[in-house]
Design a protein around this ligand. Structure first.
Ligand code: GSH
Length: 218
C-alpha cells in the first residue's frame, strides 16, 4: 500500500512557503490531499495550524503509511523528503556537482532575501504597483536575477538546472512576486519566469488563489 500524503497549506493567494512543496508534489505527479488553513485570522490561524504542524506554521506534510503518520514541517525539509522518497521523480539534478549548486540556490532562498519577502509580499493573482524599493531590496533582487541568469546560462534551460527541480519550486513564489509588482527583468530571465508561470502546477495554484479572492478570504 503506497503512502498517503496530506499537505497542509495556507491561503493560496498569500502563502508563498506553501506553494513550494505543493508545486514539487504537483509537478512530480504525486497524488496528495490538501488541507487549507485560512491565514491572518488572529489567534484562530495559529490554533488551526497547531492541530497539524508542531511549528505552528504551514506548510506541513503528513505521510501516512503502515498505520502511522509522520509530519514533516518546513518547505525545504518537505521537498528534501519527497526527493529522497521518490528518486525517480528526479526532483534534484542527477549530477552531483550540479545538485550541490541547485541545493545552494534553494538554501539561499530558504534562509535569505528578507527585504524582498518584506517589501514584495506574495499576492499570487494580483497586480500591484512596485513600491519604492529599499537599497537592500534592490540588492537582493539583483542577486536573485544573477543566480537565475547564471544557472540558465550554465544549463541552457528550460528551468534553472535543466529540467524542473526543487530549486525552481523554491523560487516559484519569487517569480510570482516579480510578476505581481512588474519587476523589470532581462529577456532571458523573463522567458524563464513565463515558463514557470505556465507550469500546470502554477496554473492550478492560481485557480486556488483566485478562489480565495472570490470567497473574500484573501
Ligand atoms: N521556514 C518555514 C516558513 C513557514 C512560514 O513562515 N509560513 C507562514 C505562511 S507562508 C505561516 O505559517 N505563518 C503563520 C501565521 O501566519 O500565523 C518554511 O520554509 O516552511
Amino acid at each position: 500500500m503506497p503512502a498517503r500524503y496530506t499537505l497542509v497549506i495556507g491561503t493560496a493567494n498569500w502563502s508563498s512557503w506553501s506553494l513550494r512543496p505543493w508545486l514539487a508534489l504537483t509537478q512530480a505527479g504525486m497524488p496528495f490531499e490538501t488541507v487549507k488553513i485560512r491565514l491572518r485570522q488572529q489567534g484562530e490561524t495559529k490554533k488551526a495550524i497547531l492541530k497539524h504542524s508542531p511549528s505552528g506554521k504551514v506548510p506541513a506534510l503528513k505521510i501516512t503509511e503502515r498505520g502511522k503518520t509522520v509530519t514533516v514541517w518546513d518547505s525545504l525539509a518537505i521537498c528534501e523528503t519527497l526527493a529522497e522518497r521518490h528518486p525517480k521523480a528526479r526532483l534534484w539534478p542527477a549530477d552531483a556537482a550540479t545538485r550541490a549548486i541547485a541545493r545552494a540556490h534553494a538554501a539561499e532562498m530558504h534562509s535569505g532575501f528578507p527585504n524582498v519577502r518584506d517589501q514584495l509580499s506574495m499576492y499570487f493573482v494580483e497586480r500591484r504597483p512596485l513600491p519604492a524599493l529599499r537599497e537592500n531590496t534592490q540588492a537582493e533582487i539583483a542577486r536573485i536575477l544573477s543566480l537565475w541568469a547564471s544557472a540558465l546560462k550554465a544549463h541552457k534551460g528550460p528551468f534553472l538546472f535543466g529540467r524542473f527541480s526543487i530549486a525552481d519550486a523554491m523560487y516559484a513564489p519569487v517569480v510570482s512576486r516579480f510578476v505581481t509588482y512588474g519587476v523589470k527583468t532581462p529577456p532571458g530571465v523573463s522567458a524563464y519566469m513565463a515558463r514557470v508561470m505556465a507550469l500546470p502546477g502554477m496554473l492550478a495554484w492560481g485557480r486556488m488563489a483566485q478562489q480565495d479572492v472570490d470567497a473574500g478570504i484573501a
